[in-house]
Design a protein around this ligand. Structure first.
Ligand code: SF4
Length: 321
C-alpha cells in the first residue's frame, strides 16, 4: 500500500514560477499552494525556468508566440527581432538528457515557453491568430511522449488532477518495477497488476495491450516492446475514467468475492456501487467497502491490483471523483 511516508519522493519537473521563484517577466511568481503544500509530500519537485536558463533577465521584455500553431516562433513583444525559439527548444533537449528519471512534469499555463496547450499564437501584426503550445513545453513533450505532463491550472479539476497523479505513479512504478531489470516477464507482471486501472480509463486499451503482450510481444525485440508498451499504456491512461467505467471495474473486482461473502454483504456492496454510479457518493465509498472485504477474502492477484491503491490515500483524490 502507498503511504506518503513510506515512499521515496517521485522526481517531477515543474515550472519554477509555480514553486514561488520570482522568475517571471515582471519579476513575480505564480506560487501554487497545491503543489507546494500537498504534492510536495509525494513529489520531489525539480524546478526549471527555461526563459531564465537561456539567459533572459528578470524582469524582462515579455515574449509571445507568432506564426502558425504547429511551428510558432517565440519573439519579443516589443522587439520581434528577439527570437528565442531555438534556445528554448535546445534547453528542453538538455533538461530531458540531464533528468532522465523525471516521472512527470507540471507546467505553467498560458506561457509562450511553458504552456502545454491553448497558448495564444499571434499574427505578425499582433492580432491573435490560433492557439498552440509553448516552445519549451512542445519540445519536452515531443522528446518524452510517455512522460505524464499537466498544467497547474488544470489540477483544479478533480478528475484531471486524479488522472495526472495516477499517471505519475504508474510511470514511476514502471521505472522501478520493470526498467531496473527489464524482461518480457516483468512487463507481463506489471500489466497484470495494472489491468483494472487500465480498464477504468480505457476498455479498448485493456483489450489491445493484453492482446499485444499475449500474441505479438514475444516475437519482437525487448527494447521495442518496452517502448511500445509504456507509450501505449500512458496514452490510454490519459482518457478520463468515468463513473460508468469505474462502476464496471468495481463490479469486476466484486466478482472475485462472490463465493466468500454472504448475501447481506453482497447486497451492501451492490448498494454502495449503485450509489456511486448514480452520483450520490464518491468513489472512495464503494472502494473502502470492497477493500475491507478483499483484505479478508481476496486472492493475492486481486489484492495487488494497482487500481486499489494507485497513490497515497492521504491525497484524498478519490474523495472528489
Ligand atoms: S512560465 Fe516557465 S518560463 Fe515563464 S516564468 Fe514560469 S518557469 Fe519561467
Amino acid at each position: 500500500m502507498h503511504t506518503v511516508n513510506d515512499h521515496a519522493l517521485i522526481p517531477v519537473g515543474i515550472s519554477a514560477c509555480l514553486l514561488g521563484h520570482k522568475v517571471r517577466y515582471d519579476g513575480g511568481h505564480k506560487r501554487s499552494k497545491y503543489c507546494l503544500n500537498v504534492l510536495s509530500e509525494c513529489f520531489e519537485f525539480r524546478p526549471f525556468c527555461p526563459e531564465v536558463s537561456i539567459g533572459l533577465s528578470t524582469p524582462r521584455e515579455p515574449i509571445r508566440l507568432v506564426g502558425s500553431a504547429e511551428a510558432p516562433r517565440v519573439v519579443g513583444t516589443k522587439d520581434p527581432s528577439l527570437d528565442v525559439t531555438e534556445p528554448l527548444q535546445r534547453y528542453a533537449d538538455e533538461v530531458g538528457q540531464a533528468q532522465p528519471d523525471l516521472c512527470g512534469y507540471i507546467l505553467m499555463q498560458g506561457s509562450p515557453s511553458c504552456g502545454m496547450e491553448r497558448v495564444k499564437v499571434y499574427h505578425e501584426n499582433g492580432m491573435p491568430n490560433v492557439a498552440g503550445s509553448g516552445a519549451y513545453a512542445a519540445r519536452l513533450m515531443k522528446n518524452n511522449p510517455a512522460l505524464p505532463v499537466e498544467e497547474e491550472g488544470r489540477l483544479n479539476d478533480a478528475i484531471l488532477r486524479e488522472n495526472f497523479i495516477t499517471r505519475v505513479f504508474v510511470y514511476h512504478a514502471w521505472r522501478q518495477e520493470v526498467m531496473q531489470q527489464p524482461s518480457l516477464h516483468e512487463v507481463i507482471q506489471f500489466h497484470s497488476r495494472h489491468k483494472y486501472q487500465l480498464m477504468a480509463h480505457s476498455y479498448e486499451g485493456y483489450k489491445a495491450l493484453g492482446k499485444y503482450l499475449a500474441e505479438e510481444a514475444s516475437e519482437l525485440p525487448l527494447t521495442q516492446v518496452l517502448e511500445t508498451y509504456i507509450l501505449r499504456l500512458m496514452t490510454f491512461l490519459k482518457n478520463r475514467a468515468s463513473r460508468k467505467s469505474h462502476t464496471n471495474v468495481l463490479m469486476h473486482i466484486m466478482g472475485y468475492l462472490k463465493k466468500e461473502i454472504d448475501t447481506d454483504t453482497k447486497q451492501d456492496l451492490l448498494e454502495a456501487i449503485e450509489q456511486y454510479r448514480t452520483n450520490k457518493v464518491h468513489l472512495v465509498v464503494p472502494l473502502a467497502l470492497l477493500k475491507h472485504y478483499l483484505k479478508r477474502h481476496g486472492s493475492e492477484y486481486i489484492r495487488t491490483q494497482a487500481y486499489l491503491d494507485p497513490y497515497p490515500h492521504e491525497l484524498g483524490l478519490r474523495n472528489y471523483i
